[in-house]
Design a protein around this ligand. Sequence first.
Ligand code: SF4
Length: 126
Amino acid sequence: MSGAQETKELVCVGCPVGCPLQLTHEGTKLVEVHGHECNRGAKYAKQEFKDPRRGLATTVIIEGARWARLPVKVSNPVPKGRVLEAARLIHAIVAKAPVSVGDVLLTGLFGEENLEVVATRSMERV
Ligand code: SF4
């Protein structure tokens, strides 16, 4: 016996068109996706249903540089429900100048190897 089907609506963020997506699912099983104009929309819908994630960019304290804070980002999207937790962990980092853009300040955020905190600009030591 199959479970009752439900629908969920999303707006694709893959491009400025913003296609309205309709997802049909049975509990945690995604049955079908409608409304996407291209494959990116279908892929986005599946990812958003199964494991929604968001990009995260912020700043950390840096010592020994002209500026007080260093811009950083997480190398891959983090779980949507853990963005705040990720930001708190990142804000505990204290970088030391000099730093080059792309330097890795933290690896394995949440135990995920592909989640690295990297500098998004260089700062010399002053
Ligand atoms: S489904 Fe394709 S065309 Fe539509 S918003 Fe997403 S990326 Fe753009």
